[in-house]
Design a protein around this ligand. Structure first.
Ligand SMILES: CCCCCCCCCCCC(=O)SCCNC(=O)CCNC(=O)[C@H](O)C(C)(C)COP(=O)(O)OP(=O)(O)OC[C@H]1O[C@@H](n2cnc3c(N)ncnc32)[C@H](O)[C@@H]1OP(=O)(O)O
Length: 157
């Protein structure tokens, strides 16, 4: 059962909850948590000092990683929402990243909480396209677009 305090990632089945970006079971990962805010999705994340690129600013790979997992989580939630289904219902919708595009618009400061806001651009068949903005103190510093595709049964074989 989904409650208003739950993050999408709280509902990932254990076999997809190890992801470095979003897996709640990965103690070394970012463990991002994403929720709906109306028709947008929101993740808040505070970088650590070791996420540095240029001193004082966040590493671009971190930003890309946050956009990636924020967007795949948003894709899954959007698919459940479109189907009128609870995120714990079966069979699960599991998404992987087909494509990740990131524009770094401004340096992203390290010492503030980042807000990621996602919008569902398209849902078509097994594909969901999500656009995600990264905001630092209300200023958009990066923008990404992710094509998330439902994991085929043959994934990895
Ligand atoms: C609650 C549980 C949550 C579970 C959530 C779990 C969260 C884990 C998040 C992990 C995030 C990651 O790092 S995932 C790890 C990194 N990613 C991967 O390893 C994925 C590796 N790639 C693949 O396995 C495959 O290429 C796939 C699954 C992405 C796509 O292969 P496919 O399944 O054969 O796809 P296919 O039928 O050809 O295409 C379906 C549609 O997607 C489009 N499409 C496919 N690939 C691309 C692409 N690279 N760029 C653009 N678009 C693409 C096609 O044009 C088509 O659109 P149309 O013609 O219908 O319009």
């Amino acid at each position: 059962m989904t409650t208003s305090d739950d993050a999408f990632q709280d509902h990932y089945p254990e076999n997809v909850a190890q992801c470095y970006g979003c897996g709640r079971l990965n103690e070394h990962g970012h463990r991002i948590r994403t929720c709906w805010d109306g028709d947008e999705t929101v993740t808040r994340f505070r970088p650590e000092p070791y996420h540095t690129s240029v001193p004082g600013f966040a590493y671009g790979g971190l930003i890309a990683s946050l956009i990636d997992c924020h967007s795949t989580g948003s894709a899954a939630a959007a698919m459940y929402r479109q189907a009128g289904r609870d995120m714990d219902s079966q069979p699960p919708f599991r998404f992987v990243t087909g494509s990740l595009h990131v524009d770094f618009l401004k340096p992203t400061p390290l010492e503030c909480e980042l807000e990621l806001r996602g919008q569902i651009k398209e849902i078509k068949g097994r594909k969901v396209v999500v656009t995600t903005s990264v905001l630092a103190d209300g200023v958009v510093t990066a923008r990404g677009e992710v094509v998330a595709v439902q994991m085929p049964d043959s994934f990895g074989s």
